[in-house]
Design a protein. Structure first.
Length: 240
């Protein structure tokens, strides 16, 4: 619920400014408009400009709220889709708005930078989501277990105190606060106050590897795969 409130707080000013601009007021809020000479301002259709800028801000406010809903409902793919829509909308709406401004070398390069930055951001978020959502590849060796992927780690058998199979999902166990990790949808990876997590928070059982300074929790979407890994780990490690 806190996420929805935060997104609503961010979206509300955009909505108000959007409605304000749609009424043909506050054009000075549009970046670069106030710096235009009077002759250039007179050539611009101010009614169209206000509506275009206002509609963009209103759409962005709606998109921010939808992103909050996606996070609240833990639908990762919906969040990424809305974020991409927000970036594309902001980019191309800005290009459309500034197309009525006088063309200068500075403005042309500004458009190019805006496009490149938006595309790079969308690609970067897509890559982060792809690798964040991927389940880790776990290899049990002769004297260590290696967890590959985002926030991966290699653990020596000698450092492991105990391995427990908990018949509950991480959501019931409690991950605690995220310190440095990936938290989107049901996928939790990285450092949380409970320990280092590589889990699907709705899937059970959950493997707990007890060691110092932090425990490690593992669960796959396929419960059979989680149980198979537990059997492999307990078979490879001999506790005193």
């Amino acid at each position: 619920m806190a996420v929805l409130i935060m997104m609503g707080v961010c979206a509300f000013p955009l909505l108000i400014m959007g409605l304000f601009l749609r009424r043909g007021r506050g054009l000075m809020l549009i970046s670069g408009y106030s710096a235009l000479p009077k002759a250039a301002k007179d050539r611009i259709d101010k009614i169209w400009l206000g509506r275009a800028a206002g509609n963009m801000l209103i759409r962005m406010s709606i998109e921010l709220v939808l992103m909050g809903v996606a996070i609240y409902l833990e639908i990762g793919i919906f969040f990424v889709a809305i974020f991409a829509l927000l970036m594309v909308d902001a980019c191309f709406s800005s290009i459309r708005i500034y197309s009525v401004f006088p063309r200068t070398r500075k403005s042309v390069w500004g458009m190019r930078i805006l496009i490149v930055t938006s595309v790079a951001t969308i690609i970067g978020v897509g890559i982060l989501f792809y690798f964040g959502e991927r389940e880790p590849n776990i290899t049990v060796g002769y004297n260590s277990v290696r967890i590959d992927g985002m926030y991966g780690v290699e653990i020596d058998f000698a450092a492991i105190r105990e391995i427990t199979l908990i018949e509950s999902p991480m959501r019931d166990i409690g991950a605690g606060m995220r310190q440095n990790g990936f938290n989107l949808g049901t996928t939790l990876k990285g450092n949380f106050t409970r320990g280092r997590l590589f889990v699907d928070s709705d899937s059970s059982p959950t493997i707990r590897i007890e060691l110092s300074p932090q425990n490690i929790y593992i669960s796959f979407r396929d419960s059979g795969r989680t149980r198979s890994l537990y059997t492999e780990l307990t078979g490879a490690i001999q506790f005193d």
